[in-house]
Design a protein around this ligand. Structure first.
Ligand SMILES: *Cc1c(COP(=O)(O)O)cnc(C)c1O
Length: 391
């Protein structure tokens, strides 16, 4: 496999050889019992990760399709949702709601900070919302939502909790059997894509609905969707030999292998590794005079939005890195040019991150800043748990 660049963007993330090998297997007929067995296996692994009492869906489409599934199968036109926004991807739920005649209100955090839970409580007390959406890790700001605070506050008022896990699933805990706070508050829907912390090439939309969310679907009767209607997919998830729309056969092979790696590493170990990576990268970059946009207590384990030191030219910096084979992402919206985003999730290894730190230091030195790359790597290593990922 030809791998030219180290792509450390907030998705797609590095793909390991065994996933590419799975992807490259011969394309079977989608109703072949041998393929159905692989598909079923992938669905079961997904269920094991989310631990839901309901149903999981693994279908062709990007994360945005899964976001649409979450909304259209739980909320009717004319009903209201509340969007908890920690950045750009929270706001996508507003557009989605608008497309289906659903009213959306927003509780907006200052970029880099958490929303105020008291403000959330007040909003929920005043108005009835069918569902509240939370972006688990917002890919624009590098802020992770605090589920321990948010989930009980929402469930107290009876709304459904819809969690966008696109930059979090398989890296930050999303256990749907877990109760939050001192109540029996649980997450009702989690949606994700396969190309971020799961480490599979893009193209699968993944969703999990618990029993409460499935009941909400039942009460809707007809929904204004066809491909995104979970009722069209339920028979396929139960028996993948049945046909609704042709699944991306090769991607399912790859996803099944990706999920095997996730479960072999162990969910707990994987969560800890990501926490260590996040803390380590941010601390190391601070030695270069760079600061994360998010406060450390709000910062995501999966990606960081890093503010440049005074006088840095965004385009020159990222071009210098690309020249060295390291791809990082620019910042979005009003942060464009003032920050960059680096992904440290999925099957990214500590070796890759050390290499990235060295290259970033070198690039900065070339651009007239003064850094000590070996010192930054030392700071990074201090945060590691000692368990490394090997493939
Ligand atoms: C990437 C991302 C999405 C969108 O996923 P696509 O696969 O690009 O459709 C949604 N939410 C979050 C948090 C993301 O990081």
């Amino acid at each position: 496999m030809l791998k030219k660049d180290m792509v450390l963007v907030p998705g797609p993330t590095p793909v390991v050889d065994s996933v590419y090998e799975a992807l490259g297997q011969e394309t079977m007929n989608h109703t072949d019992p041998r393929f159905a067995a692989i598909y079923k296996d992938a669905i079961e692994k997904t269920r094991e990760m989310f631990k839901t009492d309901g149903e999981v869906f693994v279908i062709g489409g990007s994360g945005t399709v899964a976001m649409e599934m979450a909304i259209v199968n739980t909320v009717a036109a004319g009903e209201k949702i509340l969007v908890i926004s920690h950045g750009y991807f929270g706001d996508r739920f507003i557009k989605l709601a608008e497309a289906f005649g659903i009213e959306a209100e927003v509780l907006q955090a200052d970029w880099g900070k958490h929303v105020d839970v008291h403000e959330l409580d007040e909003k929920l007390a005043k108005e009835t919302y069918k569902a509240v959406t939370i972006t688990h890790a917002d890919t624009s700001t590098g802020v992770a939502a605090d589920l321990d605070l948010l989930v009980p506050a929402i469930k107290k008022h009876g709304a459904l909790v819809i969690l966008d896990g696109v930059c979090a699933t398989a890296a930050i805990q999303e256990d749907m059997s877990k109760t939050y706070g001192d109540s029996d508050a649980k997450i009702d829907v989690v949606i994700t894509g396969c190309q971020k912390a799961i480490g599979v090439p893009p193209g699968l939309a993944i969703a999990a609905f618990n029993k409460t969310a499935l009941l909400a679907r039942e009460q809707l009767g007809r929904v204004p969707a066809y491909y995104s209607d979970i009722y069209n997919w339920l028979p396929i998830m139960d028996d993948p030999k049945k046909y609704f729309a042709t699944p991306p056969v090769n991607l399912i092979y790859a996803y099944n292998q990706g999920m095997k790696l996730v479960l072999e590493e162990g969910l707990e170990a994987r969560y800890n590794r990501h926490t260590a990576f996040g803390k380590g990268i941010r601390a190391a970059l601070e030695t270069y005079g760079m600061k994360a946009l998010a406060n450390e207590e709000a910062a995501a384990p999966t990606l960081s939005c890093i503010l440049y030191p005074e006088g840095m030219d965004d385009a020159a910096f990222r071009a210098a890195l690309a020249e060295k084979g390291l791809i990082v992402a620019g910042a979005l919206a009003h942060l464009q040019g003032k920050a960059f985003r680096i992904g440290h999730m999925g099957n990214t290894t500590e070796h890759m991150l050390e290499e990235a730190l060295l290259l970033i230091g070198e690039a900065m030195n070339e651009l007239g800043f003064s850094t000590e790359p070996s010192k930054a790597v030392k700071v990074f290593r201090k945060h590691l748990t000692g368990k490394s990922l090997s493939h």
